[in-house]
Structures are given as C-alpha cells and as structure tokens.
Ligand binder design. Structure first.
Ligand SMILES: *Cc1c(COP(=O)(O)O)cnc(C)c1O
Length: 420
C-alpha cells in the first residue's frame, strides 16, 4: 500500500484544502469555546486520580461514577446526567430515556419527520410489534413531517399542540440516513419555546452526532432531556462503549430508575474500570469533534470539485458531524466505501459489501476500519443502497488521518474515470 494518488486528485485536494481554510478557522473557534467549558468542569469538580478507581458488584458508593455524571452534565450544559458504559448502544440509551418519560395512554409527537431507522421499532411505528415497543405498552405516536425547506414546520406544531395533549415532543438533531438538514440550536430553541408556551409536554432530543459541534447544547436552549451514544462525539474516540442521558434533574432521576430498577436507580452500577476512559474521552471530545468536522468539510469540498453534490455544501453551517455525498450510482457508492476502508488503520484489507443489517430497511454498506467496533467518531461511512446513492461519511479522530481516508475513498471512486 502506498498513498500515491493521481496528480489530478492531488491538485484537486490542494485546491480543496485552500478553500476550506476559513471554515477550519471557524471550527477552531468553536473547539476553543467547548474546550474551555470542558476543562473548567474538570477543574471545578476537582477530578482526581481516585475517581478512576474501578467498582465491582453492585457498585455502591462509586465516587468516580457520581463525579463523572456531574462533570458530564456541566460539559453538556445540563442540570444532571447519567453517563454509563453499560448502555449497549445509542438506540438502547434512547429507549431507556423514552420509556422513562412515557406511560400507557400517553402520546409522543415527533416534529422532525420519521425518526432514525433503529428508533422506529422502539416506537413501534406501523403498529404493535410484540418486541416490547412503546406501542406494545399503549403509548401512542404521531409525527409531523419537516417543511419543504427541511426545517421544523412550526405552524403545524402549533396546530397539533392546540388540538391534543402530548406527553413528549421528540426531535432528532442529526439527519440520519436522509438528506434533510441537521437541526441547529437556534432552530431547537425556537421549537422548544413553542412547545413550552403551548403545552406541558416534555421536550426530548435525540442528540446523536450533535455534541460539541456548536458552542451550546440543546439542554441549554429549552430541551428537557436528551440522549446520545459514546461511540460517537462525546466519547472522543476513547470510550469503548456506552451512552448518556442528560437534562432536567427530575427527568434524569426518573431515567435512572428505568436504567436500573425503581428504588435503586443511579445508586448501583459497577464501573469495572471504565471510568477513566469515559473521563478521558469526554476530555478529548471537543477537539476530536472539530477534527471530524474538518474531515467532513474537506471531503465535501473535494467531492464538489470532482463533480458530486455534497450535503451540506462545504461552506454551509453544520450542526452535526455527518457529511452526505450523492454518488449517483450503486457502483460509485460501493467503490467509495471500499476505498475508505482501504485507507483505514484497522481491517484495511477487508472489502465491505452491502448486507441486510438488522434494524434497517434497505441493504446497507458500511466502511469502518475502526479501533472500536462500529465507532462512528472514527472515520467511517455507511449507506443504504437506495436512490440517490448517497454515502454518509462521519468521524476522523484527527484531520490528517481523515485526509488520507477521504483521499483513499475518492481515489478508488475516480479510478479509471477521470483521466489527467
Ligand atoms: C447513531 C444514531 C442513533 C443510535 O444509534 P446506535 O447505532 O444504536 O448507537 C440514533 N439516532 C441517530 C440520529 C443516530 O445517528
């Protein structure tokens, strides 16, 4: 293997990097602000080596676990939080949060269209599914599609709230496998304000991929509870697994009872030596998220210069670390994923193929040459095989490795197609 890319690709990449300079400076400013908040939280909460000690068994009196909840809450701008290696995935974490807020007879209203693929069976979209979905427990669900421009349809939300009582209003910050724009905290703030002015529903956000992308977080602008995955942004590429729930103190407390058991809540849960990595990942997260964003911006510009449409465009505002690129054909899509995999530090010799992944409607192809299985704060890409054959690219622990990963992907994509 050698990274000897074609002269055309190298010239194009040089131009792309030049074009990205101003955007990279903007990203650095956000990283600086988030870095300050995170470091201050560590200092003010007096994080110490003793907090990294492992607990076993029930995990009673685990001071490190309690301190981590406190530090994480400050970093993510929430009153309180639960951050645990024992959440198996983002979907598991979101499931715990939703079941903690909703009771039989309640209705949840999603205001950002149909949620992310793996959340649909959790809600039981399409009816009772005997999988233990919300629908199985007589928790009802309605959704409001996004408006024509991809933003929340505020008028439709107002109308819905006037007609009916909802227990939870749900929004998804990131785009998932769609080409909608991600939600900025300005838009989240407006929607949360409308909900609070017109109802007593709790506002919930799926914050996956959004953490530390902006200098403020959803819970600082009116969201009552949110959740996300630690093998995405807030684990900083260091957490080996886990998730978090953060927000209003009483809602976090309720979530703790659903996370373990009523009565014991957050008092138990052995950390088994994971606490140090969760602290360290959180500490790294603002920087790593910035590097992932730079990788996305660079890949977007490179795609544009090579004649592909990037969403968001390289210079559009970003509210998550996801970069979609419309590759037009299944062949292009598969080549791109194979190229990205080939430029990864782990399993570079493996060739990804489309497969029917559990929880997803279409066959999915994924490239993830990652140290942590399925980690998408590490450079990775995935795509369901469906029109317009867009690939969703995310992660990159440092821009330099993101650069080579992206170059390897584009190199495979344009192989034999663009003569010099
Ligand atoms: C990643 C993600 C989830 C949860 O996914 P897991 O693969 O279960 O960690 C939920 N919602 C969105 C928008 C996501 O990006």
């Amino acid at each position: 293997m050698s990274f000897d890319f074609s002269p055309l690709l190298i010239r194009t990449a040089e131009q792309a990097e030049k074009d990205c300079k101003g955007i990279f400076e903007r990203i650095d400013k956000t990283v600086r602000a988030n870095r300050a908040r995170v470091l201050e939280a560590f200092i003010d909460c007096r994080v110490s080596e003793a907090d990294f000690n492992a607990s076993t068994g029930y995990g009673y009196n685990d001071r490190g676990r309690e301190k981590l909840d406190e530090v994480f809450a400050r970093c993510i701008m929430s009153e309180d939080s639960l951050i645990r290696h024992s959440f198996a995935s983002g979907t598991h974490t979101l499931t715990v949060a939703l079941f903690s807020m909703l009771r039989p007879g309640d209705t949840m209203l999603c205001i950002t269209g149909t949620p992310y693929d793996t959340i649909r069976p959790v809600i039981g979209i399409g009816g009772k599914n005997r999988l233990g979905s919300l629908a199985d427990f007589d928790i009802h669900y309605e959704e409001i599609p996004l408006a024509e421009d991809g933003r929340i349809d505020i008028d439709a939300v107002r109308n819905a709230l006037a007609k009916k009582k909802y227990a939870v209003v749900y929004m998804q910050r990131s785009r998932g496998y769609t080409l909608r724009p991600s939600l900025g905290t300005d838009e989240i703030e407006e929607a949360a304000r409308i909900v609070h002015e017109n109802s007593d529903a709790a506002v919930f956000a799926d914050n996956c991929y959004g953490e530390f992308v902006e200098p403020v977080e959803p819970t600082a602008v009116g969201v009552d509870l949110m959740a996300g995955s630690l093998i995405k942004n807030p684990g900083g590429g260091i957490a080996k697994c886990g998730g978090y729930i953060a927000g209003k103190r009483e809602l976090v407390e309720q979530a703790a009872f659903r996370m373990t058991a009523p009565g014991v809540g957050r008092e138990i849960g052995a950390t088994l030596g994971n606490t140090r990595e969760l602290f360290m990942g959180l500490y790294a997260a603002p920087f790593v998220v910035g590097e992932a964003e730079k990788t996305a911006v660079f890949a977007a510009r490179l795609a544009e210069l090579l004649g592909f449409e990037a969403s968001p465009a390289y210079d559009e505002p970003r509210y998550d670390i996801i970069q979609a690129i419309k590759l037009k054909t299944p062949d292009n899509l598969i080549r791109f994923c194979k190229g990205l995999q080939a430029g990864s530090p782990v399993d570079s010799y493996v060739s990804p193929e489309p497969w029917p992944m559990p929880g997803y409607e279409n066959d999915v192809i994924m490239a993830a040459g990652t140290f942590t299985n399925g980690s998408s704060i590490e450079l990775s890409c995935d795509a369901p095989l469906r029109d317009p054959f867009a690939v969703w690219l995310q992660g990159g622990l440092d821009f330099q490795s993101g650069y080579f990963g992206a170059m390897s992907a584009f190199s495979k994509l344009i192989e034999n197609k663009c003569p010099d």
